[in-house]
Design a protein around this ligand. Structure first.
Ligand SMILES: [Zn+2]
Length: 301
């Protein structure tokens, strides 16, 4: 295997993927990552038929996929081991088939890969670079590290306290997997628009938590609302509240302020409007969580 080529290919593929994501706002479809240019040849970055992908130009796997399992609400089905690191199942049961060998080559050479995590039908959140650090043949799976620290933890796993490793890995999974997936799933549910003002610039959109992350709010679509940056910040600051019947309310003292167009249109202008909900019923915000948050707004206002 030409390691120089492996690394060069991967670095350019990651840069290409980042450029694609600037256009898509995060998640990608298979066809959007099917024309990476390698020495004049078009190469796919994602497998089409199976979970593991090794372009013929490479000696080791480049990417692997988990498909969305349906239901409208993205489940977090990443299997985590007792050490908190993600696990990825072999392709089939034969350890020596081409896919598993390609993964093993990437693992043995510590080559970076792309993990495409399915978040809706045909839509994937790319998580990269990730590294395969080990294999558990008994469970027919590979061990996936999300960053260099976790690679180090794995390599020194016999001398590092398991709880330390687990806590770090869980935090990395939250930042590198759950947060971007939460954002993409919520934005997708709301048609990539702010639920308050209908702004459709993906770069300016966030997934706001109804029950805050710091208070144990789950990164699931029913705990999220797609909002532009200003409405997200206003919601977090309790300047804006959302009634459980989805009416948007602006805090009294802000309603009577006088100022320029941002205050007038962006804040005062949404008072009394209805939140624009996802078409899919099961992606809509949980009434219980809205209730809880509304009580908090009332207590602050
Ligand atoms: Zn907005």
């Amino acid at each position: 295997m030409d390691l120089g080529l492996e690394w060069d290919f991967r670095e350019r593929a990651f840069a290409h993927l980042r450029a694609v994501q600037l256009r898509t706002g995060g998640p990608v479809r298979q066809a959007e990552v099917a024309d990476f240019d390698h020495l004049g040849e078009r190469v796919r970055l994602m497998p089409t038929m199976r979970g593991i992908w090794k372009p013929r130009q490479l000696g080791a796997a480049l990417s692997f996929v988990t498909t969305f399992s349906g239901g409208g609400i993205a489940p977090y089905e990443d299997v985590e081991g007792p050490d908190g690191l993600l696990r990825y199942k072999w392709q089939g049961v034969d350890p020596l088939n081409a896919d598993n060998r390609a993964m093993r080559s990437a693992m043995e050479n510590r080559l970076p890969l792309i993990y495409f995590k399915g978040i809706a039908k045909g839509l994937y959140e790319p998580i990269y670079p990730v590294t395969l650090v080990g294999e558990e043949p008994g469970q027919m799976q590979f061990v996936v590290a999300l960053d260099e620290v976790s690679v180090g933890h794995w390599e020194h796993r016999n001398v590092i306290d398991l709880e330390t490793v687990r806590r770090y890995a869980m935090r990395m999974t939250k930042v590198r997997v759950h947060q971007p997936v939460f954002r993409s799933v919520v934005l997708q549910a709301y048609g990539r628009r702010c639920a308050l003002c209908n702004l459709g610039h993906t770069e300016l959109l966030d997934a706001a938590h109804i029950r805050p992350d710091a208070e144990g709010g789950d990164p699931v679509v029913t705990n999220g609302i797609s909002m532009c940056k200003i409405h997200h910040a206003a919601y977090d600051a309790e300047i804006i509240g959302i009634r459980p019947d989805h009416e948007i309310r602006v805090r009294d003292d802000v309603l009577v302020e006088e100022d320029g167009p941002t205050l007038r249109y962006a804040l005062q202008g949404v008072h009394g409007q209805q939140l624009q909900l996802p078409r899919q019923r099961k992606a809509r915000p949980s009434t219980e969580l809205l209730d809880e948050r509304w009580e908090k707004f009332l207590a602050t206002a």
